[in-house]
Design a protein around this ligand. Structure first.
Ligand code: DQA
Length: 152
């Protein structure tokens, strides 16, 4: 199984950025933990971060040809603004799972609306950076169940 993890703008600054909201763990640390958890689960994980909307769209568009089974995405601020990322996710028809480090519903009102949630197979929000590991474990189990039982 192959899972693509996409991180949106400013998440390259994790560990230094608003630590009271996002914690002290860096993106590099998240990526190596994802690779480790992936290894335990038998899931190949690629982690991609960009500050640019079009690059994120390009990465999503490439995913089916690269045989990914699912996408885990934290579009960061683009969650609330990007119809282009929403359209790309819907176009490629791969199951995707939305992650937010903070609880977006407990923050400013403009963060309450996500343009991708309605098409997501699952959402993790507010667990801090551990949310990525929860999502990866969840995706692996979820896809296994779907494959075995044809269920949801
Ligand atoms: C975020 C929440 C967004 O509102 C914000 O713009 C981010 C990070 C989160 O992970 O909590 O950059 O997606």
């Amino acid at each position: 199984m192959k899972v693509l993890v996409i991180q949106g703008p400013n998440l390259n600054l994790l560990g230094k950025r608003e630590e009271e909201v996002y914690g002290g763990v860096t993106l590099e640390e998240i990526n190596s933990e994802l690779a480790e958890v992936g290894k335990q689960l038998g899931v190949e994980v690629r982690s991609f971060q960009s500050n640019h909307e079009g690059e994120i769209v390009d990465e999503i568009q490439r995913a089916p040809a690269e045989d990914y089974n699912a996408i885990i995405i934290n579009p960061a601020a683009y969650t609330h603004t990007s119809i282009a990322i929403r359209d790309a996710l819907l176009a490629v028809k791969l199951p995707y799972y939305e992650v937010h480090i903070s609880n977006i519903f407990a923050r400013e009102e403009f963060r309450h609306r996500s343009l991708i949630s309605d098409g997501a197979s699952g959402i993790v929000t507010g667990f801090g950076t551990v949310g990525y590991m929860l999502a990866l474990k969840g995706v692996s189990r979820h896809l296994d169940i779907i494959k075995k039982e044809g269920g949801k």
